[in-house]
Structures are given as C-alpha cells and as structure tokens.
Design a protein around this ligand. Structure first.
Ligand code: MN3
Length: 273
C-alpha cells in the first residue's frame, strides 16, 4: 500500500469509527466504562466483529409501532427482525474465521479488496446491509421524540451552502427525494459529508458510502443521513408509491443525530463526546 493510500485509509478509518461512536452517543460512554473485553466501545451495539467472530442485532431504540403512521409497525418488525437479522447472520457466516476480529463494520467494508475474493460478495452485501440498517434505525425517531422538523445550526448552514435551501424549489429535500426516486431497483439515498461539505448520492443494493468509490459507485464519504428504498422498506403500506414513502420519511428524520454525525466529520475531537 502506498503511503498516500495508507494515510487515506487511516484517516478514513478514524472518521468512520467516530461516526459510529457519535451515533450511539451516551450508550457508548457507558459501554466504554463497563466493557470487559477491551474491544471498541460500540461493540455492545453490534458494530464490531466480536472475538467469537460475530456481529449482533441490536434492539431498536423505539417500538415497532413508534414511527406510525409514517412507517407502519408490520414493516418495521419484518424489516428489523427478519431482513436486518438475515444480514447479520449472513455477515457472521461470511466472516467466521477471518482476520477481521475486533474491527468495526465500517472499517471492514472500507477494505473490501482485503476480504478473500470468495467471501467478498457476501461481505459486501450482508455487512453493508448490517451497517446501513444499524445507522438507518438511529437516523429516525418518533415525532414526539424529536423526529421530523428541520435541521438548525451548523448543519442547516451546510445544507443551505450545498443545496441553496432546505425545503425550497430545487433545494435539499427535493434533491434527496430525487436521489431516492431515481435509484433503479433496490438501494439507498444518502446525504454524505466530507470534512463538513455535503453531497447527495445513492448506492445500489447494500452498498455503502463507507465503501471505496469502486464499490459505492462514487457515492463516498461519511453517511450522515440514509433512506432505504428497497421495496421491503415500504411496500406493505405504500405499495409502488415510493415517492409517498419518501415524503413520509421527513416526519421521522432524527435531525439531532444527523447534526452530531455532521459535526464529527468537521471536528474529529467531537468523536465520543
Ligand atoms: Mn432494508
């Protein structure tokens, strides 16, 4: 690996590990204090490949019914307890006996070229699915617990700088919805940050902005907001009306979490605070 490449990967790993720490917030501080394993603190939430070679499926931080009527309980239950669980189980199968023990999911998917070729597709799809969904659940909140509304502070300023406005014509919401609508088949729409500068992009299947551009289709950076546009995420309630699901999503976006993730991409010293 060249020095420049190595520096890039080291920086990238520091940033991605920090994003996981910020997502989990105070839980991590408790985990750090009590963890007997010596693993990174967010291991308690399943984002580190444990010494037994296993990721775990964390409980949602709210009930399956909590995002009603915007996202229905049956969809949430199937999505989390079956789809996400399958990604966890299959990622564990693929990574069993490999050298990645103790690494975060974000770090492993950022180094797919280092994964043995016969396991690479399984790791890309299933570990990608695990990290994407782990973040997705935390990027939403019930409206009575802070979901919806609009961002403020530095995040609002960055959005205006990048897209002209939050909700105006041609602004952030319209462009993000367009990215979600135009992703053909299954995938994700993302708001990503590089050093605080924001872009909107989308990935296919379970590819992630944490992956290198060759895998992410050029949608790279630290994801701070993601929307699952697989049919399993909306079909029970919205049928083929993906745009209606995207419209409903704005009612449950956890902007406080998005803002913390954004801050961490500007100032890594904020990591873990
Ligand atoms: Mn999904």
């Amino acid at each position: 690996m060249s020095t420049a490449r190595h520096d890039f990967m080291t920086r990238r790993r520091a940033i991605t590990a920090g994003a996981a720490a910020v997502l989990l917030g105070p839980t991590l501080a408790r985990a750090r204090a009590s963890s007997p394993t010596g693993l990174a603190p967010w291991s308690e939430a399943g984002l580190v490949l444990g010494r037994r070679g296993e990721f775990t499926l964390a409980d949602l931080p709210y009930a399956y019914t909590a995002l009603e009527p915007f996202i229905d309980a049956e969809t949430m239950e199937i999505h989390h307890s079956r789809h996400h669980k399958a990604y966890v189980d299959n990622a564990n199968k693929a990574l069993a006996g490999t050298e990645f023990t103790g690494m975060t999911s974000e770090r492993i998917i950022a180094m797919l070229d280092d994964v043995p070729s016969e396991k690479r597709a399984a790791v890309r799809n299933n570990l990608g699915g695990h990290i994407n969904h782990s973040m997705f659940w935390l990027m939403m909140a019930p409206p009575e617990k802070g979901g919806g509304g609009e961002p403020d502070g530095a995040l609002a300023d960055a959005i205006t700088r990048a897209f002209g406005s939050f909700g105006g014509p041609g602004g952030f919401k319209e462009r993000f919805a367009q990215a979600a609508a135009s992703r053909f088949g299954s995938g994700w729409a993302w708001l990503v940050s590089e050093g605080g500068a924001l872009t909107i992009c989308s990935t296919a299947n379970q590819d992630s902005p944490y992956m290198t551009p060759a895998y992410s289709g050029g949608c790279s950076g630290t994801p701070i907001l993601g929307l699952d546009v697989w049919e399993h995420a909306y079909y029970l309630k919205y049928r083929n009306r993906r745009a209606d699901y995207v419209g409903a999503f704005w009612n449950v976006v956890n902007w406080a979490t998005v803002a913390r993730l954004h801050t961490a991409t500007i100032d890594p010293a904020e990591i873990g605070k």
